[in-house]
Design a binder for this molecule. Structure first.
Ligand code: ADQ
Length: 453
């Protein structure tokens, strides 16, 4: 089997002795990395004044983690500026939030070219390269310009908007030309795949674009959640509810996650369905993210104010409807909260997949499962037919979804949960990563043969 080279902006370098549960991509790629020779390359998460092109290497679990620092300036242009300030809102259909500055776009390209140089010096001709997410769109183009003929695949974790929308991005054609340098581009949904193919075709380009919805280890998460729900902390949460149903949201504090409308949805629930007033408590966990960007700071202020106002209007001496936590919690603790929640409230305005939706389902107790209220604009909506789907732009529809979920008979909750859980088990993380790599054609590469067919 050829060596696998994973490239992502952040690299989950295992810390010696750390007991924290890995999250995100590390979990999703676990099976793809097991029992084979692999490198995981990317940014160290650190800045330094004059970062060299010699990566720091940590060997763990058979994987060689190779990372490089960025300068403050590189970080500002490549990461904060172009990746998070331009591409993130554009890819999430938020034209009004897109900021474009040429120097940031150039900084983004320069970091991708530096990554390509550092990586190319370590590559073997038969390595299979799998690049992740929008920070690294230009990487294949940069590697090809250095003369590399390896198989290179790309997976986009976020959505891709329709072609006329993408066309508004200055110098977007150059980005499309780079994307066309990948042998295979994986997207979260058929809709995203069609949008990217359309944008490529419009620019006279093409490559293989297919949907590979990201999966999770549902059984593993279910076990973690069942254990976590027995912890002292989870018991404290359960007791504090005084018999009320827990409605739970878990997100990064990001404008794509639809949090203001979610808070307003809870407000509407309390106004329109007064019989639920003493029945529910809504807990939102959303650790601050990307605080360097103004849009994120003002979102936080908006939510602080909304939570305060809604609580002020509805609270009683012994109860307030919203509990609002902007600190980080461990993955294990969150899994316990998810299991205790009668409703998982996941209402992004747009989301590539949204793994919290899947984790909520996996965390449930099959004897008395809660209900997922899910945005129809999350990639997960196509994968979880047992969810109550809502339009996240309409707080009234969110309120109605919540009321339906809270009134749902046990039998229906079980039937919906069983349908969702069966699909989660089928579309596992292992199937996702192996499916992508098989389609990339790594198995077709004769060992030791040098270049692409
Ligand atoms: P994210 O936007 O980060 O990821 P999501 O899929 O919901 O969104 O979460 C990814 C992981 O982070 C999950 O395992 C989740 O449990 C964890 N997480 C979320 N909020 C957390 C919190 N408050 N504390 C701790 N952990 C938290 C991007 C795309 C998504 C896509 C994923 C994976 O935006 O659409 O599903 O990548 O492809």
């Amino acid at each position: 089997m050829p060596r696998l080279v994973i490239v992502s902006n952040r690299v989950p370098v295992p810390k010696p002795g750390a007991k924290t549960q890995p999250g995100g991509l590390a979990v999703a790629l676990k099976d793809a990395l097991e029992g084979r020779s692999a490198i995981w390359f990317g940014w160290s998460g650190q800045t330094s004044r004059e970062p060299g092109d010699e990566p720091a290497i940590v060997e763990a679990n058979g994987v060689s983690y190779a990372t490089v620092d960025l300068t403050e300036q590189e970080l500002k242009l490549y990461y904060t500026g172009y990746s998070n300030g331009t591409l993130w809102p554009l890819l999430h259909y938020r034209m009004g939030l897109v900021e474009f500055r040429r120097e940031e776009e150039e900084g983004y390209r320069a970091v991708n070219e530096r990554f390509a140089r550092v990586l190319a010096a370590r590559l073997r001709p038969d390595d299979v390269i799998w690049v992740h997410d929008f920070h690294l769109f230009p990487l294949a183009g940069a590697l090809r310009r250095l003369g590399l003929g390896n198989r290179i695949g790309f997976f986009l974790h976020v959505p891709f908007p329709p072609a006329p929308f993408f066309a508004a991005l200055p110098r977007g054609e150059a980005l499309l030309a780079d994307i066309a340098q990948y042998d295979l581009v994986g997207m979260q949904t058929e809709e995203d795949a069609a949008n990217l193919s359309g944008a490529l075709a419009g620019a006279g380009l093409s490559t293989r674009v297919e949907a590979f919805p990201i999966g999770m280890d549902a059984e593993g998460f279910a076990k973690t959640a069942a254990r976590a729900a027995r912890s002292a902390e989870a018991k404290r949460l359960a007791e504090s509810l005084n018999g009320r149903a827990l409605l739970l949201g878990v997100d990064r504090l990001d404008y794509s996650k639809g949090l203001p409308n979610r808070f307003l949805g809870v407000d509407r629930l309390l106004r329109r369905f007064p019989e639920q007033r003493r029945n529910v408590t809504f807990l939102q966990v959303a650790p601050v993210s990307r605080g360097e960007l103004q849009q994120y700071r003002s979102l936080r202020r908006e939510l602080d104010e909304l939570a305060g106002r809604i609580n002020g209007q509805h609270a009683e001496v012994d109860w307030a409807p919203i509990r609002w936590i902007t600190r980080a919690s461990s993955r294990t603790s969150l899994s316990g909260y998810l299991r205790l929640a009668k409703v998982g409230l996941v209402t992004p305005l747009r989301d590539g997949m949204n793994l919290v939706a899947k984790e909520y389902v996996a965390a449930q107790d099959e004897k008395d499962p809660g209900v997922l209220v899910l945005s129809r604009f999350a990639g997960a909506a196509a994968e979880l037919p047992g969810a109550v789907l809502v339009n996240p732009h309409d707080p009234d529809e969110i309120a109605e979804g919540l009321n339906d979920a809270l009134s749902m008979p046990l039998e229906e909750r079980q039937a919906r949960w069983r349908e969702n859980m069966a699909l989660l088990k089928q579309n596992s993380a292992a199937r996702w990563s192996k499916g992508f790599l098989a389609a990339l054609g790594e198995d077709a590469t004769p060992p030791g043969s040098g270049s692409r067919p």
